[in-house]
Design a protein. Structure first.
Length: 325
């Protein structure tokens, strides 16, 4: 989808350049060079495209007819891939990694229920330590795969972990920033699930408790903040945990059932999970303090298709977000 859209956009831009004198130099230059970094700028671009179509209808040439067919592609389009954690962490991880490594302007949303929700509740690599699931009847003995940190290794991928119930403003702003970034993005959205063994009517308050206990950390990694080494790309958007992890996990049936069936094992896994949570927060704090230089992507000869925008967004346009409790 992204490659097709890029190819159509490249064709439209080439035809606008060829017909520049016929459609008007001012309109042509605006169509090709105007920024489209926010909703208002995109709205203005759509108005220009309507003006272009009106001008093309008066031109009876093959080039004008071709441009009329692809003119809508002069407006940037946001491409999203949506899937669950079973796909993103496990069976589809190779494809996900391929998209991230492509450098293309593709956004990926992972609805992270931490279990194979649609196929019966099997454990995935997203299932946390100590949780009971199919193929982990005695509680999962190893920790959750850190998909976000793996994606950050590329440097040029916008990465975020969000929870709508814990911080809706952070969630919305993260989606806006990911869509505005001219490159790959990955948003991991914590999603409460009936397989967790909770009262689903309290899902949003449960997400807030997850953040307070350190079970989940909200953050966003914005490559724009690292261009030129101006800032630290990783920002922590939740505060240091204030309640013990076990206080949160024992509210979920998937953890509580192990405490009933095998208290000693449940306690041992709980201690390991708490140590893991503490170490993860400490590691995130260290990474958030690093001034990482992110190289700006440039078009090179031999690229399969042009990028969606001519220039990457500047570091100044990236927003920082205050941590929320």
């Amino acid at each position: 989808m992204r490659l097709a859209l890029d190819a159509q956009q490249g064709l439209a831009q080439m035809l606008v350049t060829q017909l520049r004198d016929r459609i008007g130099p001012e309109l042509a230059d605006a169509l090709l060079g105007a920024p489209q970094d926010n909703d208002e700028q995109i709205k203005v671009q759509r108005t220009r495209v309507r003006q272009l179509k009106q001008a093309l209808q008066k031109l009876d040439t093959p080039e004008a007819r071709r441009l009329l067919a692809v003119a809508d592609n002069l407006v940037v389009r946001s491409v999203w891939i949506v899937g669950g954690d079973g796909w993103a962490y496990d069976i589809g991880y190779g494809g996900l990694d391929h998209v991230l490594a492509s450098g293309r302007n593709v956004n990926i949303l992972v609805l992270d229920t931490e279990v194979y929700s649609n196929t019966g509740g099997q454990a995935s690599k997203s299932t946390p330590r100590g949780a009971v699931a199919k193929f982990a009847a005695a509680g999962k003995s190893i920790g959750k795969k850190d998909l976000g940190m793996i994606a950050m290794a590329y440097g040029n991928v916008y990465v975020a972990q969000v929870a709508m119930g814990a911080n809706p403003v952070h969630t919305v702003r993260t989606f806006q920033e990911a869509a505005a970034w001219n490159g790959p993005s990955l948003i991991i959205a914590y999603s409460h699930c009936i397989a967790h063994g909770i009262d689903m009517t309290t899902g949003f308050s449960h997400q807030r408790d997850a953040v307070k206990s350190g079970y989940l950390t909200l953050y966003h990694y914005d490559p724009r903040l690292g261009m030129g080494g101006a800032d630290q790309p990783l920002k922590l958007d939740s505060r240091k945990p204030t309640v013990p992890l076990e206080q949160f996990t024992m509210k979920e049936g998937r953890f509580a059932m192990l405490a009933q069936a095998d208290p000693a094992r449940a306690k041992a896994l709980s201690r390991q999970a708490q140590a893991e949570s503490d170490a993860r927060w400490q590691f995130y704090e260290q990474v958030a303090g690093v001034h990482r230089v992110v190289a700006e992507a440039t078009a090179l000869d031999g690229d399969v298709a042009p990028r969606s925008d001519a220039e990457p967004a500047s570091p100044a346009k990236a927003q920082t977000q205050e941590p929320q409790s």
